[in-house]
Design a protein around this ligand. Structure first.
Ligand code: PMP
Ligand code: GLN
Length: 381
């Protein structure tokens, strides 16, 4: 196996979802909703297939979708992009992230990223031959330490990869955090890639502010997002990257040789969802906030004290109150002991000790599914 794919083993999500099926467990592991996005969006994809939208679309994506992405960015965040030169449609955020690393990172370059890292980050940085430099969002509060952030930047830093709202911790970076990242990015003249796939999944008074809105940032930042989370269609794999034309052109050049183009019949459906779906997105956000509170109450009732997230659809607990000191051992036992699947944080850390006791639970599930998981967990104590 080539050195550059050393971190590319079966993903924890595939492993734990297979374990859920094999053991008949309630799956609060892999992050996918158990209710699909709006019917009219699903119908639009069926209609596109019936209408013959089944051959290669344009490499950067169909014009109505690029326009819809740009309009959405302006409407929600006040950020303007040119639909012809400053946006590319990708096969999910995953492809945009990988293409960005391949396009901009050379062997030896350092990539600063928040640790725990979403699993594809380590693999994508490795594919490019880069070196990841983690900045801890560590428990128990999972907040950013500004001194540690500043210390991560060196003269080899090429790019900073920022994920907020953050998977798996649920942390939403505040304006003070973002201003500090922006200051360092400008001072060190580095590129910034922002993974904003959970941009609409923020709760209470938390607010998602794109880093690209900070002074000096738009011209050095690629904003990556995806329809998967926003419209509960994780299997459609329609994502995008927005940024200055030079950066989008380089990313597109790589994308051509990864997948060439992305999911023709899904593109008009996602364009319609972006144009007409704001009310659905808001209702879904409110519903998820209720599910968050429901699962948090349930976990408390079985002796687990969750870190209630400000964003994403993931919640974290420390498993030590249940007599475990290792989240991996806990997650491997759990399906057999009580028929529930969760994801251990540890697999997302270079600093394994920092992640050891934590476990992630997805709450993007029907209330009855969350209740059943809690009922089963009740058997543990
Ligand atoms: N980034 C983060 C932080 C994620 O949680 C996910 C999971 N969906 C992705 C990227 C990948 O998104 P997509 O499914 O659109 O490729
Ligand atoms: N993003 C999803 C999660 O964090 C999983 C996506 C995947 O399986 N690659 O659970």
């Amino acid at each position: 196996k080539a050195e550059r794919v050393r971190s590319a083993t079966t993903t924890i999500f595939a492993e734990m979802s297979a374990l859920a099926v094999a053991t008949g467990s309630v799956n609060l592991g892999q992050g996918f909703p158990d209710t699909d996005g709006p019917d009219w969006m699903l119908g639009a994809a069926r209609q596109a297939i019936a209408d013959g939208v089944n051959q290669y679309p344009p490499g950067r994506g169909i014009a109505p979708l690029r326009q819809a992405v740009v309009d959405h960015s302006r409407r929600h965040h006040g950020l303007e992009y040119d639909p012809d030169t400053e946006v590319v449609i990708t096969t999910g955020a995953t492809e945009a992230l990988a293409a960005a690393m391949l396009a901009f990172v050379d062997p030896g370059d350092e990539v600063v990223a928040l640790e725990p890292f979403y699993d594809s980050y380590a693999a994508s940085i490795d594919l490019a031959g880069g070196t990841r430099v983690g900045v801890g969002l560590f428990g128990p509060d999972f907040r950013l330490d500004h001194a540690e952030l500043a210390a991560a930047f060196t003269d080899r830093t090429k790019l900073v990869l920022v994920n907020s709202p953050h998977n798996p911790t649920g942390t939403v970076l505040g304006r003070d955090d973002l201003a500090e990242i922006a200051r360092l990015a400008v001072a060190h003249d580095v590129l910034v890639v922002c993974d904003e796939v959970y941009e609409h999944l923020v709760f209470d008074d938390a607010e998602h502010v794109p880093l690209a809105t900070f002074p000096g940032m738009r011209e050095r930042t690629l904003r990556i997002s995806s329809s998967g989370k926003t419209f509960s269609a994780t299997g459609w794999k329609i994502g995008w990257a927005l940024g200055p034309a030079e950066l989008v052109t380089e990313l597109t050049a790589v994308k051509q040789f990864l997948t060439y183009v992305s999911g023709a019949p899904f593109q008009p459906a996602v364009a319609r969802a972006l144009d007409e779906g704001d009310a659905w997105v808001e209702a879904n956000r409110v519903s998820l906030q209720g599910k968050r509170d429901r699962l948090a109450a349930g976990l408390r009732s079985v002796g687990l004290d969750p870190v209630v997230p400000q964003g994403t659809y993931f919640m974290t607990t420390d498993v030590r109150p249940l007599g475990y000191d290792d989240g991996v051992a806990f997650c491997r036992d759990l399906p057999h002991r009580c028929g529930v699947v969760a994801i251990p944080h540890q697999v997302f850390y270079d600093d394994v000790e920092a992640g050891r006791p934590y476990v992630r639970w997805a709450f993007c599930k029907e209330d009855a599914v969350l209740d059943e998981a809690v009922r089963r967990l009740g058997g543990l104590t």
